[in-house]
Structures are given as structure tokens and as C-alpha cells.
Design a protein around this ligand. Sequence first.
Ligand SMILES: Nc1nc2c(ncn2[C@@H]2O[C@H](COP(=O)(O)OP(=O)(O)OP(=O)(O)O)[C@@H](O)[C@H]2O)c(=O)[nH]1
Ligand SMILES: [Mg+2]
Length: 212
Amino acid sequence: MKVEQDVLQKNDRLAAENRGWLRARGVTAFNLVSSPGSGKTTLLERTVREAGLPATVIEGDQATDRDTQRIRAAGARAVQINTGAGCHLDAHMVAHALEDLDPERDSTVFIENVGNLVCPALFDLGESAKVLVASVTEGDDKPYKYPHMFRAANLVLLNKIDLLEHVPFDADRFAAALREVNPRARLLHVSATRGDGLGAWYGFLRDRPTSA
Ligand SMILES: Nc1nc2c(ncn2[C@@H]2O[C@H](COP(=O)(O)OP(=O)(O)OP(=O)(O)O)[C@@H](O)[C@H]2O)c(=O)[nH]1
Ligand SMILES: [Mg+2]
């Protein structure tokens, strides 16, 4: 549809500007996407405390600044974007948030997108990489059902693996589904609460991928 194409083209232009703005400062940005409640903020709280990276956070939610408060309590600067009825962040919102945030040179910016496995797939924000946080309570068939989001991801974190013994989730089936939909995505098993796999996640962050 014409209107939709115009919106996406405008977003892509602004995302390219964000990418240039970030590159000029040597800042690496990660766009965290997931369904609601898969553990994005819990992972970021822990990352802020433990990864040893200078980091700031842009929080996207329909309403409240609850996640921003959590990030600040963990020790990082954060700004909140409330999207109201909107189901995703766009490059224009992120451009304003970056100006507010004013991240220091060579630092890392985490952008926690609105919890939604559909809309954020279409909107480039200017990030270096998209990180999809899935969790074992969501079912092992999700890559088949939300292929756009899984295809757009550079890294998939399978979170809440501490709950594996309690839920009917087949980690091999999930890995096979992901490979079918997106053979290039890396997959790491993590538990943001218990700490499993977080060393590999911090290693990924330190490698600082530079292209989406
Ligand atoms: N058992 C277990 N629970 C977790 C883990 N990570 C997060 N949780 C719990 O999952 C719930 C949701 O976590 P959040 O970090 O708020 O999830 P979110 O993705 O930021 O949620 P939205 O911002 O609303 O999309 C909380 O009760 C967390 O304590 C984990 O690794 N294991
Ligand atoms: Mg959150």
C-alpha cells in the first residue's frame, strides 16, 4: 500500500541518519525486540551491572516509565519513550531520544523496543544489530509463526532456560525452527535471573558488530 510504503521509506531515511550519528560517535546500538515479558529489562539490568561496558538505555513502552526506573536503579542513564497506542519504536522517536541521552563516545546504547513480535520487525532504528529475546515459556514454534522478526534478528537469546524442566519446550525444535527461518542468526541460551550464558552475551556485546 502506498501510504505504508511512504511511512517505511521515511523511517529508513531517518534510520540511516541515526546510523551516521551513532557511527560518528563510535557508539554501538542494539535494538532488543521480543514479545511482552520475555525478559528484556531483566537482562538489561544485569548487563548494566555486570558487562563492564559504558552503556545507556532507551526504553520503549506504550505507557509508564517503570522500565526506565529499573534501569536507573541498576546504575545506567536511561530515557523513556511512551508510544501510546503505537506498537513499536520508529527512527524519528529514537533520534530525539539519542539527543536527550547524549551517549558518550565509544559507548553502547541499548534500545528496548515495545514488547511485540510483529511491528518492530519493519522499523529500522539505525542499530548495529537486532537482538531477539525469546523465552522458553512462549513455545518452541515461534520462529515459524513470527518469521519476519526472527529473520531480522542478528542474535537470538533464548531466555528463562532455568525454567526448561518445568515447561514443555523442546530446545532442539526451537533451534531447528530458527535455522529454517534464519540460518545466519546466532543462538545463545541464557537465564537473565540465574545468570546462565551471560558471559557469551557479554562477549557478543564486546565484539561490537558494526552492521545490521
Ligand atoms: N525464571 C525466569 N524469569 C525471568 C527471567 N528473565 C526475566 N524473568 C521474569 O519475567 C518477567 C518479565 O521480565 P521483564 O524483564 O520485565 O520482561 P520485558 O521483556 O522487559 O517485558 P516488557 O518490557 O513488558 O515487554 C519478570 O517477572 C522477570 O522476573 C529468567 O531468565 N528466568
Ligand atoms: Mg521491559
